[in-house]
Design a protein around this ligand. Sequence first.
Ligand code: ITT
Length: 194
Amino acid sequence: MKDLVFATSNKGKLVELQGLVGEGVKIASLADYPQLGEIPETADTFEGNSELKARAVAMATGRWALADDSGLVVDALSGRPGVYSARYAPTDAERIAKLLAELGGVDDVKRTARFVCSLCLCSPTGEVVFTRGTCEGRIGHAPRGAHGFGYDPIFELPDGHTLAELTHDQKSGLSHRGHAFRLMVPELKARLGA
Ligand code: ITT
């Protein structure tokens, strides 16, 4: 497989993607291209933002670029934080505390939520392909588990475990990013010989 640039500065996402594609594939990330700086995420959809990131990196590097835009959609908050999940508060701990505070007093049955992931692959000439994955669950009452990143410690699966209580492999098997990536693999194979 030719090298791919994963347009992310989120180490958690990079670790997950590397786990999904295996050790044999070299994945560069934005950490390898510090001159690119911050890519503005100005769209109001997951697809729009993943395309902005993938296109900016493919155009700037002349290489195939893959970008993920993802977030947590909470039904009791009319879909918030959604595309603003990374900007909801400054740190993971503050984002979790703010979400739990906003859901204070909301019954378990109304705490349904889903992670959404849009993946966009962009060629050096600007051709784009999208896949999307989701993961259904609900927001717990307190953080549990030490794995994963972001909102994982408060995102409960139907069996009661949080995503942060799963290993990488277990999370990838059922996560929004795992589903989106497995749909992307044939697209990568067709275009890059992965
Ligand atoms: P890049 O744009 O550099 O990829 P980011 O962290 O800013 O990194 P997003 O704009 O896609 O990424 O924001 C997604 C946020 O949603 C992320 O920071 C987490 O807070 C949350 N999130 C996404 N996927 C998650 C997951 O698998 N587990 C927990 N939280 C997740």
